[in-house]
Design a protein around this ligand. Structure first.
Ligand code: ARG
Length: 264
């Protein structure tokens, strides 16, 4: 909060308006992490530096993101080591993609298999600003109520009102697929390849522009931001691609002809 808003808040608090909470509680309910503490996240941009989606580094050559972030290999640029998208910090590594591998079963109608692997033209340097995310084992499940962290440069309110240029993050619990598929919620549209996370009361969620980004639970990349209904609405948690369902596909893709010799 800057000084003018702080003074305004103190004034409003005297009138019993809970201004500090309002300021802290944006609709997606997130906060700014310590800069460069979330080292596995990348910003997926157009070649003219427009942020499109998030992604996660899974090794020096490969990024995992959502299939619906596929803007074409010639239009894409990956930025690792970023925090503020608008300020040059000297920690950024901009790398072009060499190959996009959207999941062959991606269905844009029901969002099933919304996952894509991106091979980089050159390896990222792993340093104190850039590291990799660990993957869950094939079919590993994460129990309801377990806490996860979702991060990204997406909208901080459903209307997009405030688009942050600095990274934001929020902690949310896993919601069971049964609950997520109930009639008050997503009524049967959640497949076994998806994972729901959020609060039934809403308030904390990913939003537009966070797609493709990481949902990390217990130190592993369990989810990729995929879809939702609005953002942070009660009974409509965020829907994530369940990465553990794709562990084999990921390993096979990375170790196939796509670059066996140079993927570590
Ligand atoms: N599809 C959105 C994007 O392209 C992300 C949606 C996530 N929505 C949510 N409420 N969790 O950025």
């Amino acid at each position: 909060m800057d000084l003018p808003s702080l003074l305004l808040c103190i004034l409003l608090e005297l009138l019993a308006v809970n201004c500090f909470d309002m300021a802290a509680e944006r609709i997606v309910g997130g906060y700014a992490p310590v800069p460069h503490s979330i080292k596995y996240i990348v910003s997926i941009q157009t070649t003219d530096n427009q942020h499109i989606c998030g992604g996660s580094l899974i090794n020096k050559y490969w990024v995992i993101t959502a299939a619906h972030c596929n803007i074409g290999v010639d239009n894409m640029m990956i930025v690792a080591g970023d925090y503020s998208l608008s300020i040059y910090e000297g920690t950024e590594q901009q790398i072009l993609p060499q190959l996009l591998v959207p999941h062959p079963g991606h269905n844009i109608l029901d969002n099933n298999n919304d996952i894509m692997l991106v091979k980089l033209m050159a390896p990222v340097y792993l340093n104190s600003y850039v590291s990799i995310a660990l993957l869950p084992r094939q079919d590993a499940s994460i129990a309801e109520g377990r806490m996860c962290r979702v991060s990204g440069w997406g909208y901080t309110s459903p209307s997009g009102g405030q688009i942050p240029s600095t990274l934001r993050t929020v902690k949310i619990p896993v919601i069971s697929t049964e609950k997520c598929n109930s009639t008050e919620s997503f009524s049967g549209t959640i497949t076994e390849n998806m994972l729901c996370a959020g609060y039934s009361t809403g308030g904390k969620d990913a939003c537009k522009g966070d797609s493709g980004g990481p949902l990390v639970c217990e130190g592993r990349l369990y989810g990729v931001v995929s879809w939702g209904r609005g953002c942070a609405e009660a009974m409509f948690p965020g829907v994530y691609t369940a990465v553990s369902k794709y562990r084999r596909w990921i390993d096979d893709t990375i170790s196939s002809s796509y670059g066996r010799c140079d993927n570590n």
